[in-house]
Design a protein around this ligand. Sequence first.
Ligand SMILES: [Fe+2]
Ligand SMILES: [Fe+2]
Length: 292
Amino acid sequence: MGDPDPYGEDLQLALHLAYDLHYRAQPGVDPDLEWDPEVLRFRGLLERVFLAALRADCPGGDDVDAVLAPLLREPVHGSGPSFHLAAAGEWWQLREYVAHRSIYHLKEADPQAWVVPRLEGRAKAAFVTVQHDEYGAGRAERMHARLFADLMREVDLDPAYGSYVDHVPAVSLAPVNLMSMTGLHRSLLGTAVGQFVMIEVTSSPGSRRLSAACERLTGGPAGERFYDEHVEADAVHEQLLRAGLIDLLDREPGLAADVVLGVQAGALLEERFGAHLLTAWAAGQSSMRVPV
Ligand SMILES: [Fe+2]
Ligand SMILES: [Fe+2]
């Protein structure tokens, strides 16, 4: 296999395609490839490269409270894409941001659903309660993936699943590949939970900024609806998941280091994604691999 870049285009796209066999039917692809030994063997090689890089690039440790504490403080002068989009973003930049995020949001909460059978007790109850919300709490038109598809239409993007896989760079695929990898491996349960907690803890303030960006730039209701939903829901999800996390670690204290890795690796991949977008936009260039 040579010596592939763990964060590079080839490895991340190959991982994405291997994982996608577990999510949706792909046109012209035999569904039985999902459990093809050769595909799984190759995917395993890629996963080992990706996971080794994440372990090497994260500080590690096993103090879950310490790794979550800085995430709970909202920076006054933050610098991620949501800060830029809220303050000075342009319509085409918001549109690119939505295309990047479509890789996850069109299957929002699906990667975390793999985790449910592996949990017990309060952790399981908390996870399922969060998932119930993500899937619209009984109303298909309120599913977060559906609300996001409405936003895509609003910024003149194609809301069909997978429309922008060929457009986004590896930095956009990597955070979602981490979700799929940790979701599909019971041995990475703690890491899956850590990344999910990291996302929910940081989502609410970021969503407030993105709602403001949509209000300023799109003139339509769908963007604000999607992000406003997350301002409120994710403040609750954060509390539920942190309570679930305490329960999980009471039962399985040995998972603490994996949870820390999930928080750190999730944050690292988000930082890389944000830095890529802001660097491209600062140079007046598209952040897409293939412009939309
Ligand atoms: Fe959501
Ligand atoms: Fe959420």
